[in-house]
Design a protein around this ligand. Structure first.
Ligand code: AMP
Length: 227
């Protein structure tokens, strides 16, 4: 099962991709997580990507496509994957289609998680995480037991720098300009579904599982990455 989770920042793509990938035993590929790791390790990609990420702009397509191609060729997704945060532009979607076809695979579903702008602002302004174990918290929905400290290792919680309000506004604009056109792209491919996320994360997980259950299983496949 090969899935794409689409949606604006704060729509819950990451949370849901993590849950569903565990439930289905498939890989969770988050370009945002890959980039944050490259920034933390100060790799050449991380150094090039950092400024774009801090201002809420998209990292250039060529850098993202190189990173994704490398990831797909390194395996670990033979049972399927959820792409979270990729593709984000029409050019990325077209390149993904070619990469997947080259491996005799296909995207089974692109699922749009919808949320209003006001709800995005509300969710992201309350989002914190533990820099040690990466567990996420949300004020006032999911509070840590001890104020501002992780329940598991007591580390002080922090915010993602791009969750600052001015950056969030730009991320929303960039989403509407660059990424929202993918909704039509996947609608034309007849693989788009939409789920409202107002009813809370558990309800969304339930609805996602129902949608995924309707998607046809992809054929068994062989890896055919170049080199
Ligand atoms: P995310 O964690 O998905 O919200 O991504 C955080 C940031 O990483 C984004 O605001 C972009 O700067 C960058 N990023 C992640 N995925 C992509 C992508 N597919 N294309 C371009 N930039 C990306």
């Amino acid at each position: 099962m090969n899935l794409i989770f689409l949606g604006p920042p704060g729509s819950g793509k990451g949370t849901q991709a993590e849950r569903i990938s565990k439930l289905l035993g498939i890989a969770h590929l988050s370009t945002g997580d890959m980039l944050r790791e490259s920034v933390a390790r100060k790799t050449s990609l991380g150094q090039k990507a950092q400024e774009y990420m801090e201002t809420g702009e998209l990292v250039p397509d060529d850098l993202i496509l190189g990173m994704i191609e490398e990831k797909l060729c390194s395996g670990g997704w033979e049972h399927g994957f959820i792409l979270d945060g990729f593709p984000r532009t029409i050019r990325q979607a077209e390149a993904l289609k070619k990469m997947i076809a080259k491996n005799e695979k296909e995207i089974d579903k692109a699922i749009l998680l919808s949320v209003s702008d006001a709800e995005v602002m509300r969710r992201l302004s309350g989002r914190f995480y533990c820099p040690t174990c990466k567990i996420g918290y949300n004020y006032p929905m999911r509070l840590p037991r001890q104020k501002e400290h992780c329940d598991f290792d007591n580390t002080k919680l922090v915010r993602r720098p791009d969750d600052e309000i001015t950056v969030v506004r730009n991320r929303l604009e960039v989403y509407k300009r660059e990424t929202a056109p993918l909704i039509d792209f996947y609608r034309k491919e007849l693989i788009l579904s939409e789920i409202e996320t107002d009813d809370g994360p558990d309800k969304v997980t339930e609805q996602l599982l129902k949608e995924i259950g309707k998607a046809k299983k992809s054929d068994s496949y062989k890896d055919r990455c170049p080199n």
